[in-house]
Ligand binder design. Structure first.
Ligand code: GLN
Length: 312
């Protein structure tokens, strides 16, 4: 039976939320108007176990924009459809060591985006989603996100509009990829579906279940659906360890020792393979673009449950 008893996890999530809630600092993302307007005091924490239990505290049912965390799930569906080696060859599997929307990283690697978890690599990955039209590709992405969450998710028209009308930097990235031959569809179409995939709304509870699906070899513990090929979860978790928190990925590996993924909407996910997933949500971000209080919450849970992978 699981060493993570219901009593232990109930107390852990409550304590982590308490600690996170009291943490100050950081600022909402300001470059996307919608995100700047979200209540900065919101703070939610959730833990979902691979054996199907759920624990939550605070604003764990507040719907926020998934943003960059969506990169993980588009990666999953493309990896399943073209294969992990083709994905690695076309997009790459190495950390850039640079901010998430760096164009310099693209130039340095001669147009190869390197990681599917930064904007360039995520736009390239979106260009590989199967489908004949943008709507068909988008449908596939939304279905994948929903299957991971175990419920029908939906696009926020408000977030999407806010992003589509301000994503000039990402347009430059898409064209840069296209000129290097590493955008595999029309670049503005790839960017359109990438931007939509960032604009779906999730809660900390959804995020924890999405993560628990990765912790559980691709089987959603809430619905029992096999959402992706079991062999692909290890590749995805490796990517998350290398690049999931952008330029702070090394710090996160050093201090927490778990694969993670952040989004500028304030979401943060960490995964203990085979065991559970931890989701934190709080809008203010640090200078690397990672949720300040989300990190506090995830660290607290990981520490209390001794989840660091490198501790053995
Ligand atoms: N939609 C955002 C962007 O492309 C997502 C970035 C993020 O969450 N880091 O800039």
């Amino acid at each position: 039976s699981s060493p993570y008893t219901t009593e232990l996890l109930t107390d852990t999530v409550k304590q982590a939320h308490e600690k996170a809630r009291n943490q100050t600092g950081g600022e909402n993302a300001s470059y996307i108007p919608y995100l700047a307007s979200v209540d900065e005091d919101l703070c939610g924490v959730a833990i979902a176990t691979a054996d199907g239990r759920l624990f939550e505290a605070g604003d764990s049912r507040y719907e926020f924009a998934i943003e960059s965390i969506s990169k993980v799930f588009t990666l999953a569906t493309v990896m399943d459809s073209i294969g992990s080696e083709a994905l690695r060859e076309k997009v790459g599997a190495n950390p850039t060591g640079m901010p998430f929307n760096s164009v310099i990283a693209v130039e340095l690697a001669k147009g190869k985006p390197m990681s599917p978890l930064v904007n360039a690599g995520a736009i390239a990955t979106a260009s590989l989603v199967p489908g004949d039209t943008a709507d068909e590709r988008w449908d596939r992405i939304l279905k994948t996100q929903s299957a991971f969450a175990g419920r029908q998710l939906s696009l926020s028209e408000e977030v999407n509009l806010s992003e589509q009308t301000t994503n000039f930097h990402n347009r430059a990235i898409a064209w840069l990829l296209y000129s290097a031959g590493t955008c595999y569809s029309d670049p503005m179409e790839a960017l359109d579906i990438y931007t939509r995939q960032c604009s779906t709304l999730i809660t900390a509870v959804d995020l924890a279940i999405m993560g628990a699906t990765l912790a559980n070899h691709g089987v959603n513990p809430a619905t029992q659906e096999q959402v992706l090929h079991p062999d692909n979860t290890a590749h995805i978790l490796a990517e998350m360890m290398m690049e999931g928190l952008y330029t702070a990925s090394g710090d996160f590996a050093y201090t927490v020792g778990l694969p993670g993924k952040s989004g500028v909407g304030g979401g943060l996910l960490a995964i203990a393979p085979g065991k559970l997933a931890i989701a934190g949500f709080a809008p203010p971000l640090d200078g690397n673009g990672n949720s300040v209080r989300g990190q506090v919450a995830v660290r607290a849970v990981a520490k209390r449950l001794r989840l660091n992978l490198f501790q053995g």
